[in-house]
Design a protein. Structure first.
Lengths: 277, 269
């Protein structure tokens, strides 16, 4: 009996390991599968490269143009991250203000929503008039598009502090600043990091929009130039590079999130942590 | 008789302006220093409102609340509070949760950095007293409900409050855990002798723990009767099965039924 029990426990552990391996491999399998299907479809239906280039043609173009791709990707990454960091600072401050004061919330929220509804493409020309083409419009567009989710999430985290906890601290003589520092801010961190994952991906949208409208470098600019020369494989190469950068930055945000606010996602990954009792 | 430590005189409390709900009206009560008082009443009678008035979280609409000889006009740092919901901070371990009031309340806040060691010993001693020794570095979600409530009690006590306000602290626990915690609270009270106001709807709990049980009427609440509990301490759970103890509980139950009938069926509350 004990032997068979041990064996079945081993089998269970083996099954769990297999499952974890599958989970890790799955994203790559899906991506690989997608490219294969794409390649096959292009050949099967004889689609022209200037309509939809095959992945192999895109890869070829990537190899051929690796230097400009890399330098322009770098430029985009720098503007995106700069705009994103601005959004983090500004979004955090504004989120705290809105979450902790009903007056600020009532006063600013409608304006914020109106502002967020304005398509950012429409703002780029104005930014270009103010700052000239290039770096700053891209940074600011990335900033404008990505600060809103941060503000909303941080404000929600701070505004939803449990009333009893607030009472405990207030009864001790805590000032509103203390309550925000000791409770509101730590409490809003999971919301904050969740918003960073959204913000970093939309920040790329912002900077690339700006680059396609007015810039001398960046992936958006490169794609614009490539498409004006009907070099469609290069346009797609730019898209793929952008996607890769987005995934990388998302991964950075997730890593920071797991390191700092593991308490909010407790138990989901590791049942051994919970002792109960 | 010496001046009472806590004195509530003709207090009324109305929420939400002139048309709002009247939670308390003409409430008066006195609590001596070091006394353990339980407040019971039908649900929604304004027991929790009473707590918030005493700790200065809200000002009363009418009347005065006097604690330790001075009128309460704002938050009261000599008070500790615990609620039905333990409200521990999930990102802090048990010890850091218990230490939270020390980071807020003066004069401890000023001294905390310099005397961290002695404060920490004090917090650990409290945790030991409530039976949480060895759990200092656990996080709240690693504890059972009863253990969380023990930690919450320590947090209420860590700054040596002279007044301890407990709002149904054991209301969400199962019977066995609750009875364990009654003894924990009794031990803590015997060891540190704060003035305690325990709001509860458990009559057995009220009689077992307190020197005096106050009965509130249905909303708008006021104190309509009181009953002294004569048993010496430490009390043991056996006591609760005795005829005398049961008689007191029954007497209280009758008074509360009267209080509810006086306003009509169920929800005048």
């Amino acid at each position: 009996m004990p032997r068979s029990a041990a064996r079945s426990a081993e089998a269970l552990a083996e099954a769990a390991r297999r499952r974890r391996r599958l989970e890790n491999a799955l994203p790559w399998l899906v991506i690989g599968g997608m490219f294969l299907a794409w390649e096959a479809a292009v050949h099967a239906f004889g689609i022209e490269p200037f309509i939809l280039p095959a992945p192999s043609a895109i890869a070829e173009s990537m190899v051929k143009w690796w230097r400009p791709l890399l330098s322009n990707a770098w430029a985009t990454l720098v503007t995106t991250v700069a705009g994103f960091l601005l959004a983090v600072v500004f979004g955090l401050l504004l989120g705290i203000a809105i979450g902790s004061s009903v007056l600020v919330y009532r006063g600013l929220y409608p304006l914020l929503i109106a502002f967020n509804s304005v398509p950012k493409v429409a703002v780029v020309p104005i930014l270009v008039i103010w700052f000239g083409a290039g770096f700053w419009p891209a940074v600011l567009t990335a900033f404008l598009i990505s600060f809103f989710p941060i503000v909303v999430n941080v404000a929600t985290g701070i505004a939803t502090v449990e009333p009893e906890l607030r009472d405990v601290l207030r009864a001790l003589g805590a000032k509103p600043v203390d309550i925000i520092r000791k409770v509101g801010l730590p409490r809003s961190m999971p919301y904050f990091f969740a918003s960073l994952k959204v913000a970093i991906t939309v920040a790329f949208v912002g900077s690339i929009i700006s680059e396609t409208v007015a810039a001398n470098e960046g992936i958006g600019h490169l794609m614009l130039v490539a498409s004006s020369r009907f070099d469609v494989p290069l346009v797609f190469a730019g898209l793929i590079v952008t996607g890769v950068m987005g995934v990388l930055m998302y991964w950075v945000a997730v890593t920071i999130e797991e390191r700092t606010t593991g308490w909010a996602t407790r138990g989901q990954n590791d049942p051994r942590l919970a002792t109960g009792g | 008789m010496a001046t009472p430590f806590l004195q509530i005189d003709g207090v009324a409390m109305r929420y939400g302006g002139v048309e709002g709900t009247l939670a308390l009206r003409g409430t008066s009560l006195d609590v001596a220093e070091g006394e353990f008082v339980a407040v019971v009443g039908p649900s929604g009678c304004g027991k929790s409102t009473l707590m918030r008035l005493v700790t200065g979280l809200w000002p009363p609409t009418e009347g005065t609340v006097i604690v330790a000889g001075s009128e309460v006009t704002g938050p009261l740092s000599i008070a500790g509070m615990a609620f039905q919901n333990p409200t521990l901070l999930p990102w802090r371990n048990v010890l850091d949760n218990v230490m939270l009031p020390l980071e807020v309340v003066q004069p401890h806040r000023r001294r905390l950095r310099a005397r961290r060691g002695s404060y920490e010993r004090h917090a650990r001693a409290l945790l030991k007293l409530v039976g949480l020794e060895g759990f200092e570095t656990k996080f709240p979600w690693q504890l059972s409900g009863g253990m969380q409530q023990r930690a919450s009690l320590c947090r209420a006590l860590v700054h040596d409050p002279r007044l301890l306000m407990l709002d149904e602290p054991f209301g969400a626990l199962d019977v066995f855990t609750r009875e364990d915690l009654w003894d924990v609270l009794q031990d803590v009270w015997i060891a540190t002798k704060p003035t305690v106001v325990l709001v509860t709807h458990d009559l057995k709990e009220a009689v077992y723990l307190s020197d005096r049980v106050l009965i509130m009427s249905a909303r708008p609440g006021r104190i309509i009767a009181e009953r002294a509990v004569p048993y010496p301490r430490p009390r043991r759970l056996d006591l609760t099965y005795g005829a005398g103890f049961q008689a007191i509980v029954h007497e209280l139950r009758d008074r509360i039924s009267e209080a509810r009938r006086a306003v009509g069926p169920d929800d005048a509350a």
